[in-house]
Design a protein around this ligand. Structure first.
Ligand SMILES: Cc1ncc(COP(=O)(O)O)c(C=O)c1O
Length: 386
């Protein structure tokens, strides 16, 4: 039978925001109307309510919404007082924002390799990165582990290295908000944790948004001030250089509705991941979730065998109306903007290998079982024929 004969009647989305919107449309309309009615577009009551609910969800003491996940990282670096001469350790296999912000403050990102099984920062490579920073006469200051594709990094190992070298940890949880690490909820895993509410994220708004989380009162006070131009006792008292980093009231109102259904969406994402795992584990390397950890499956990313021509596979999947995406086709230490920064051993073999063989498949809480069966069947067929 041809693939088109099996194809589901409706379009297959890589991420289906339409289905989610259909589910909560009337609540979202009502929430938007409420904001239009009260007219407090900046720091309106929905912002405080959303922050309260974020705290109830993840258990962090201070939950500050902000403009986006990139600014959230910048808030953290400003709170830590990062400056020129400092080294900050970041994985190379991530979205550009993680390293980008480090350079904003004149500090040096040092690129660390990742683990093949989890796609996350390799603690052994991190140790080498710290030695490299010292060799380059930089001051090792902090670590930004990224919870790639929704899975928390190896915080036990990273924390013990951080402690040994007096480094701070800022968890870049842009993709992992809602996941957990050995009973600890994401939001409580670093001195500061950051996240993004970019629309495609597991918890996304209808525009840009983000948040920072901390249990530390001092960091929280500094970040609260940074969010509004370094504000002191009142709006026109500027005690430090800050930025305009607020979340819009409208986005907070929308996020309140999305957070309400987030727990059930996380369950649905896990069911989708389990079905992929069952259907694909014998033909490609499927993602592994270490014992005691949970993922929110921001992406479902497999590693293709060496004999597979990834571009060709993607175009054949597309012919069968199945979208797929490569996250990330180029590692940061090889990007034009970042290649002059140091990386461990001068090259990062695992990150480089992954960038050549990974492929992300449709993943969202509304992926119907029959649609997923179709994706699995077509994918299996194409990979086994290659
Ligand atoms: C790992 C990571 N860090 C940071 C960001 C930046 O978030 P934003 O797009 O909200 O600025 C993103 C996502 O876009 C991301 O995936």
């Amino acid at each position: 039978m041809s693939h088109s004969a099996l194809s589901p009647s409706s379009q297959i989305h890589f991420i289906d925001l339409e289905a989610q919107q259909a589910k909560i449309r009337s609540q979202v309309d009502k929430a938007i109307k409420q904001v239009l009615d009260h007219g407090i577009y900046i720091m309106g009551p929905e912002v405080a309510e959303f922050e309260k609910n974020l705290g109830a969800f993840c258990g962090a003491k201070h939950n500050l919404s902000c403009s986006n996940g990139t600014d959230a990282l910048a808030f953290g670096l400003m709170a830590f007082g990062v400056e020129p001469g400092d080294a900050v350790f970041v994985p190379s296999f991530t979205f550009a924002a993680t390293a980008e912000v480090v350079t904003w403050f004149g500090a040096t990102p040092i690129f660390i390799d990742v683990l093949e099984d989890t796609y996350n920062m390799d603690p052994h490579s991190l140790e080498k990165g710290i030695a490299l920073a010292k060799k380059l006469s930089l001051n090792p200051k902090g670590i930004i582990p990224v919870d790639l594709f929704g899975l928390p990094a190896d915080y036990d190992a990273i924390e013990s290295i951080a402690k040994a070298h007096s480094l701070w940890i800022m968890a870049d949880a842009a993709q992992s908000f809602g996941a957990s690490y050995k009973g600890r909820q994401v939001g409580t895993l670093g001195e500061i944790t950051t996240t993004s509410f970019f629309p495609a994220k597991p918890l996304g708004c209808y525009g840009d948004g983000g948040a920072v989380f901390t249990n530390n009162d001092e960091y929280a006070a500094v970040m609260r001030s940074i969010r509004v131009h370094g504000q002191g006792s009142d709006k026109y008292d500027n005690v430090r250089v800050g930025m305009n980093g607020r979340l819009d009231t409208l986005q907070a109102a929308i996020l309140l509705q999305k957070l309400a259904i987030f727990p059930e969406e996380i369950k649905a994402r896990n069911l989708v991941a389990q079905r992929y795992q069952k259907g694909l584990q014998d033909i490609v390397k499927t993602p592994s979730v270490p014992q005691g950890l949970t993922s929110v499956w921001a992406q479902y990313t497999v590693q293709l065998p060496e004999n597979i021509d990834r571009k060709e596979l993607m175009s054949k999947l597309q012919e069968a109306k199945i979208p797929s995406v490569i996250y990330y086709v180029k590692t940061l230490h090889l990007q034009t903007a970042y290649k002059h920064h140091p990386c461990v051993d001068g090259h990062l073999p695992i990150a480089e290998k992954l960038s050549q063989c990974v492929l992300s498949l449709p993943m969202h809480p509304y992926l119907q079982e029959n649609t997923q069966d179709y994706i699995i069947e077509v994918f299996r067929d194409l990979v086994s024929k290659a």
